[in-house]
Ligand binder design. Structure first.
Ligand code: RB5
Length: 148
């Protein structure tokens, strides 16, 4: 995962948070690709999750998907082979989504998480490394589930 490149996408309920996170990432030297949406007009979260995750997996970039709760975006993201999307609400879930789950997609809830906490989560997600070891074996088992 190339952590200096981030692909981000949201539905209408995640739009404001997406804009804030995008601004923060750009100010901090990240190359950000925005897969939409472009306003608060109602759209369907699976469409944006799919576009964002597909681009991430193709390019090896980190991914961020945002909807109102983060639930729809994470469920949708995890339907795509190779995605390990983690819905994070705080520093602990952000850190362990990387350390234990090697998550490659971060899901956030724009209606449940404040922007400052969201940015803290993004920072931790992008800076924390996978522990490997026994966790690698478990990730391999997840990959096997995709083949069944
Ligand atoms: C949109 O109203 C809302 O349902 C969506 O953003 C998300 O929270 C779904 O999980």
């Amino acid at each position: 995962m190339n952590k200096k490149r981030v692909v981000i996408g949201s539905d209408h309920a995640g739009f404001e948070m997406k804009e804030q996170i995008k601004k923060y990432l750009k100010q901090n030297g990240y190359d950000v690709l925005d897969e939409g949406t472009d306003s608060t007009d109602s759209v369907d979260y699976p469409d944006f999750a799919a576009k964002t995750v597909t681009e991430c997996l193709k390019s090896g970039a980190a991914g961020i998907v945002i909807c109102g709760t983060g639930i729809g975006a994470s469920i949708s993201a995890n339907k795509i082979k190779g995605a390990r999307a983690a819905l994070c609400h705080d520093a602990y879930t952000a850190i362990y989504s990387r350390r234990h789950n090697d998550a490659n997609i971060l899901a956030l809830g724009g209606r449940v998480t404040g922007v400052d906490v969201g940015i803290q989560i993004v920072d931790l997600f992008l800076s924390t490394k996978f522990d490997g070891g026994r966790h690698r074996l478990r990730i391999d088992k997840i990959s096997k589930l995709e083949e069944e």
